[in-house]
Design a protein around this ligand. Sequence first.
Ligand SMILES: [Ca+2]
Ligand SMILES: [Ca+2]
Length: 245
Amino acid sequence: MFPAGPPSHSLLRLPLLQLLLLVVQAVGRGLGRASPAGGPLEDVVIERYHIPRACPREVQMGDFVRYHYNGTFEDGKKFDSRHDYGAPQEATLGANKVIEGLDTGLQGMCVGERRQLIVPPHLAHGESGARGVPGSAVLLFEVELVSREDGLPTGYLFVWHKDPPANLFEDMDLNKDGEVPPEEFSTFIKAQVSEGKGRLMPGQDPEKTIGDMFQNQDRNQDGKITVDELKLKSDEDEERVHEEL
Ligand SMILES: [Ca+2]
Ligand SMILES: [Ca+2]
């Protein structure tokens, strides 16, 4: 497995004041709209319109999904619609790419399913709102799930389905000259994918992902990977643990 670029720590860099504000927003949840039970709307309310007969796997956290949506306010006024844009929205659930209400509300969906989500402000854009969304707005989404793929663990660009090849470097070094340039690396990874042995991170151009993987492995940035440079991410993580011990 190969590491991604440096991880984002944006949440960790939030100043304390902003963190406190987030906590305050979370406490002041469910403004405006009542839940079906009559209390404030705490969670996303889901109404399933159409459930396909066949549903081999439901969406879960970490999955990469494509979906169409129409977004309206409670008065029916439209604020956003993916149908208007042609291509579906893409997101990895739980990767901080969409509002929390969608991360939650898309879970359990089948491909081809249509559902309505009613999202309280604290799971959408909060008291402050966002562009085109006033503060404390309850949002309604009509969603249709177009596709679902397994995501990769955070920080990974590629994973093998089973164990990686025993002689990984030798396999990559196609002309056996002791060096792996980008062309050999790319050919090798694409072959692993096409033979069903591994898969790349979904939702990104494979050429870019393979390029990023190469950069990660070419540790001295001289345009080729040597046997000493090549390391699996799982081994790296293990070494790091040993260093810490
Ligand atoms: Ca070579
Ligand atoms: Ca190198």
